[in-house]
Design a protein. Sequence first.
Lengths: 112, 111
Amino acid sequence: DTAVSQTPKYLVTQMGNDKSIKCEQNLGHDTMYWYKQDSKKFLKIMFSYNNKELIINETVPNRFSPKSPDKAHLNLHINSLELGDSAVYFCASSQDLSGELFFGEGSRLTVL
Amino acid sequence: QQQVKQSPQSLIVQKGGISIINCAYENTAFDYFPWYQQFPGKGPALLIAIRPDVSEKKEGRFTISFNKSAKQFSLHIMDSQPGDSATYFCAARSFGGKLIFGQGTELSVKP
């Protein structure tokens, strides 16, 4: 049973489209994150939520909007996709703000 | 000040050898330093971690050495195996659970 699951695993879309990536964790954790891994494999945090409350919002364009309907889910919606948004997006969760991070397998977004 | 610098970018080691990856940081407020291992097509997974009040931590073939005064820490993989071939990331934890990652090291262990 996958601890942190993301859908879809692959996403290919055209510039200007809107897309969403969904994330669910079954670990009972309070904190969830979105990280972006670029083509050089650099990992950078985008957002974190603790008990559905936004804690970290890095300098991410406001085309990116996270939504946490409950503690087990954190979705990422991206409007007006650009070529530079192509990357692997990882969802992660931790017990709390000081806990170990558990990552999903990633969602590879390709914008054409 | 929020950066973590990792080196080398890539590393080739013979089976049975020692792999050493180094990281340096500036922010003395970081309170936790994990190492993550990532295989192709997978998410990063925690390998080993250390807190700044400890100078060394060993788990099996993996050891973290931590030098607080130099603001440096390193991962040593003893008796490296082909199955250890992966990308390794050091990281440092900041405010709000935020992990700041190093640039990654691609390790290749040759049989």
